[in-house]
Design a protein around this ligand. Sequence first.
Ligand code: FMN
Length: 130
Amino acid sequence: MRQFVYISTAAHEVSNDDVVNILESSRRNNPDRGITGFLIFNGRNFLQLVEGPEDALFSLMNQLARDSRHSGIVRLEDIPIETRTCEEWAMTRLRLIDPVQERRTNLDAILPASLAPNVRRTVLNFAALN
Ligand SMILES: Cc1cc2nc3c(=O)[nH]c(=O)nc-3n(C[C@H](O)[C@H](O)[C@H](O)COP(=O)(O)O)c2cc1C
């Protein structure tokens, strides 16, 4: 299995409905493909961790690259894994009106315990953006 972490920039016109639709697609498709992970949205940028069989991940990343609801995908982590970090699929939102330290603390509390320390740091740094 592999684990990818990427960040991207939401399209200007991305609405709440779009985000709900992304979540619905993920909940519908990911379990059948053996993909778990999480998506974080701060209103401007996405950070997504996806993990599972390589074939399934490559086809998801191809699909994501064509999705006009975001652009500028930058892959931050791409590592082989033996065991999953996430048991299921989840999404969370960061509120930019919250102070950065509070965003980091809240995010740290909900990230999976088995997340590799360097991946955790990468994800927590996302909380400081914007
Ligand atoms: C930031 C972002 C993350 C996404 N993550 C997933 C995902 O994990 N799984 C998924 O199936 N689709 C995801 N999508 C949506 C896909 O690009 C695509 O629209 C969807 O898979 C189409 O499937 P559907 O026809 O079943 O809705 C994501 C889209 C965006 C913009």
